[in-house]
Design a protein. Structure first.
Ligand SMILES: [Zn+2]
Length: 79
């Protein structure tokens, strides 16, 4: 699965958080989100976005990539 830089759209290696092309570092944002989720494990993307100032679409990307585990009461609980 390929990752793409959130800033310039360049291809990034999976698990890489620093873009080789433009130097954009997603790790800071990732860390912010992760810290928030750790403190508030039941947050959804919207709450994280409000708390961190990071856009919902970016947060969803982190979650979709499996970088973050956020409990979503609707999707995670079903079986
Ligand atoms: Zn880039």
């Amino acid at each position: 699965m390929k990752d793409f830089c959130l800033k310039c759209g360049s291809e990034m290696s999976p698990g890489e958080y620093t873009c080789k092309v433009c130097g954009q570092n997603d790790m800071d944002e990732y860390r912010l989100i992760r810290n928030y989720v750790r403190s508030f494990p039941n947050s959804n993307a919207m709450q994280i976005a409000n708390a961190t100032g990071i856009s919902v679409s970016k947060i969803l990307r982190y979650i979709r990539d499996g970088s973050l585990t956020v409990v979503d009461s609707h999707t995670r609980r079903g079986r």
